[in-house]
Design a protein around this ligand. Structure first.
Ligand SMILES: NC(=O)c1ccc[n+]([C@@H]2O[C@H](COP(=O)([O-])OP(=O)(O)OC[C@H]3O[C@@H](n4cnc5c(N)ncnc54)[C@H](OP(=O)(O)O)[C@@H]3O)[C@@H](O)[C@H]2O)c1
Length: 250
């Protein structure tokens, strides 16, 4: 099992939202070093200045293959990779931009973690096995019609999680999936639902690393929705349709 104490963590999208919460919680849990993967190095300058020995800014746009290559060279001591960076568009089938948005979401939410998993698998192996934590969403299991293209990217992420878990088990690399419900970050600013704090996602992930569970449902919404889905998937499908129809009628 990967020890969090003295681990070396690379977090994509580390500058805000859930990524920033991961930085704070991994620090509290005793990580030795955290690479702050970000598109804009200035966005973490202040954060890194608070603990410059441990917090190392790293230019990392997850859609840029060269950035990923350079990150693998610069962060060869990584033991925990957190695929956190993500984007979301609110669109359903009526959206004229659906195809454009779907391509962009696939690039960031799926191809990015795919390339990072490929690039860091040999590094984690060399460092004793390690752990890959990939952010999906409860909508990677359950479809929400108002998020048609985003859901598709998170279903793809679920496939990546399961397939990389199967392929990396023999080298001792653990692959974890995180499936939050609505979390109070910029991404969910327009979502009119009760939201959970981003710190809770990071804290529940760290607990799961320690207690050996691979699937993290970090909040009451994601836990209840997944349980309902496991019990009666058609009922959840109908519930999602009804809430979409109500939103459309409002
Ligand atoms: N918030 C929710 O309700 C919720 C629920 C379930 C799952 N999630 C998932 O949790 C993860 C984090 O979401 P969040 O809520 O923290 O979102 P957020 O507040 O919008 O932050 C998104 C992060 O991703 C980064 N990012 C976007 N495109 C990138 C790219 N091409 N390369 C590198 N970084 C990029 C952003 O960097 P910039 O500052 O440079 O844009 C930012 O750091 C995502 O995978 C999301 O899908 C979120």
């Amino acid at each position: 099992m990967t020890n969090i104490k003295d681990s070396v963590v690379l977090i994509t999208g580390a500058n805000r939202g859930i990524g920033k919460a991961y930085v704070e919680e991994f620090l509290k849990a005793g990580a030795a070093k955290i690479y702050l993967g970000v598109r804009d190095l200035d966005s973490v300058a202040e954060m890194a200045a608070q603990d410059p020995d441990k917090l190392i800014p790293l230019k990392l746009d997850v859609t840029d293959a060269l950035d990923i290559q350079n990150a693998a060279k610069a962060a060869g001591d990584t033991t925990i990779l957190v695929n956190n960076a993500g984007i979301l568009f609110f669109d359903d089938l009526t959206s004229e931009d659906a195809a454009k948005n779907a391509r962009a979401e696939m690039e960031v939410n799926y191809i990015g973690p795919l390339l990072l998993t490929q690039a860091f698998a040999p590094i984690l192996k060399q460092n004793g096995g390690g752990t890959i934590i990939t952010l999906s969403s409860i909508v990677g299991h359950v479809s929400m019609p108002a998020l048609t293209t985003y859901c598709a990217s998170k279903y793809a992420v679920q496939s990546l999680i399961l397939n990389s878990r199967a392929q990396l088990a023999s080298q001792g690399t653990r692959v974890m999936g995180v499936y939050p419900g609505p979390i109070d970050t910029d991404m969910a600013a327009d979502l009119e639902m009760d939201k959970f704090p981003p710190q809770q996602v990071a804290q529940e992930t760290i607990k799961a690393i320690e207690n050996g569970s691979d699937d993290v449902f970090p909040d009451d919404f994601s836990k209840a929705t997944y349980e309902a889905f496991r019990t009666d998937p058609k009922a959840v499908e109908a519930q999602m349709r009804e809430s979409y129809e109500q939103q459309e009628a409002a």
